[in-house]
Design a protein around this ligand. Structure first.
Ligand code: AMP
Ligand code: GLY
Length: 429
């Protein structure tokens, strides 16, 4: 098969690496890819700048692509799946309407509430006067979310009502960098343990992938600003069999039912960001319509089945016949990021030590570029250093060993990815 993969981050590197292991695959084309992706077997990268959906369609036709895999959410929310299907091109992922679960927090809340799914109490606003009045009566902390896609920059947790009111005004007047919105969701702050529940969904069938946990905050001990994710591991005991059953029965299925009532069929990865409270009740914080990043790096490190079989079974509505094999080992991913991330970060720093291999580890590139034979930083999150180990402690130690061999000026990382799980420090342990 000829495969087209869209994207350039660590998640897309992990997807490409796994796809290249499939015997069914002959050629992999990646737009735009990155220097790590380019080094994988069977891969050619095409650095097309700002491609439109029509550009992808033309590319797929010209290169006889048999299957297209979309890594990030933006093309899905823009409707790439609908357009490919109109052109009889096979593509993996949800349609534009289904991707609204991630594309609009307001739509997501409406679906969750009408399906009776546990989620934070909320109200949506289209003007700042009503929003500020709501904030006045609300307890603290308070969670403010911009409605549309904001690449992780649209969620704010505030402990001060004046700051919250000012933020709402700034959001409505377009004064928050990188965030454009006409609807704001304000919701209660939930306490608990966060986990990522990612599944394959096709029509009424749901198969969960291996469980995983991300580390969203920048600094050790879950302090500092939110990021796209500073590290992840898989599996996690936060999602035991009984919670997994509960999530499918009380969260995923009712969500799919609500979509169906609105004439929407979901197909693709569905990622529920969960907050599990002290009574082990899972609440939905958000939905994503794609694999998580860096969760994908840890999850795919443990995948033993052919990923192409999984994607085709989803597209062809054959999930009930699918059996996914996972390594019994644990995987741990430590993200190495640029000084300044998640704000304005440094770029163009030369990276050394990437080539020192340690068996059972893999470095996924996220924000890198190559010049001659050298690799330089080009993004906020630069590398996802991933390791497999007989348990999480071993995987974590190996990931940090490898991470510590990689250097550039201003490299930052968290030092405690997986610590809470290893030390049994969850609120209900
Ligand atoms: P979201 O993009 O909606 O998942 O929000 C990003 C991050 O903000 C989440 O991963 C949580 O860490 C945090 N968050 C979002 N909503 C809430 C909430 N209602 N209560 C507590 N934390 C939240
Ligand atoms: N790691 C969080 C996300 O992919 O949204």
């Amino acid at each position: 098969m000829n495969i087209l993969i869209i994207g350039s981050g660590g998640r897309e590197h992990a997807i490409t690496w796994k796809v290249s292991q499939s015997e069914k695959v002959k050629n992999i084309f990646v737009i735009p890819g990155n220097p790590g992706i380019e080094k994988e077997d069977k891969v050619q990268v095409f650095d097309i700048q700002d491609p439109s959906i029509q550009d992808y369609i033309n590319f797929a036709k010209e290169h006889n692509i048999d299957l297209t895999i979309v890594g990030p959410e933006a093309p899905l929310v823009d409707g790439i799946v609908d357009e490919f299907e109109k052109n009889d091109l096979l593509i993996f992922g949800p349609t534009k309407k289904a991707a609204q679960l991630e594309g609009s927090k307001n739509f997501c809340k409406e679906i969750l509430n009408s399906g009776g799914v546990l989620t934070a109490e909320h109200q949506s606003f289209t003007d700042s006067i009503s929003a500020v009045n709501y904030i006045k009566q609300h307890s603290l902390p308070i969670v403010i979310k911009a409605d549309g896609l904001a690449a992780g920059k649209g969620v704010f947790i505030l402990n001060n009502k004046e700051e919250a009111s000012k933020l709402v005004n700034d959001l409505f007047t377009g004064n928050v960098d990188g965030v454009n919105c006409s609807i704001i969701v304000i919701e209660d702050f939930l306490k608990g343990e966060e986990a990522s529940f990612i599944c394959l969904v096709s029509n009424d069938s749901v198969i969960p992938l291996a469980s995983s946990k991300d580390h969203k905050r920048l600094n050790n001990g879950d302090r500092g600003p939110n990021t796209g994710g500073m590290g992840a591991y898989s599996p996690t005991k936060l999602i035991d069999d009984s919670i997994a059953d509960k999530v499918i029965k009380d969260i995923i299925k009712p969500t799919l039912n609500e979509l169906k009532k609105r004439g929407i069929n979901y197909s693709g990865f569905l990622y529920a960001g969960l907050m599990i409270d002290e009574n082990k009740n899972p609440f939905v914080l958000e939905y994503n319509c794609r694999l998580g990043d860096p969760e994908a790096q840890a999850i795919l490190m443990r995948l033993e089945s052919d990923i192409i079989d999984m994607l085709l079974a989803t597209i062809n509505n054959k999930l009930d016949d699918l059996n996914i094999e996972w390594s019994k080992f644990s995987a741990c991913t430590v993200v190495l990021a640029s000084q300044g991330y998640p704000g304005k970060y440094e770029k163009n720093k030369k990276i050394d030590g990437i080539e020192h291999e340690i068996s059972g580890t893999k470095i996924f590139h996220a924000g890198t570029k190559s010049k001659n034979e050298d690799i330089f930083t080009s993004g906020g999150r630069v590398l996802g250093v991933t390791a497999l180990g007989v348990n999480l402690q071993v995987a974590q130690a190996k990931a940090y060993d490898r991470a510590n061999q990689v250097h550039w000026e201003g490299k930052i990382k968290r030092h405690d990815i997986g610590d809470k799980e290893i030390n049994n420090k969850f609120i209900f342990s």
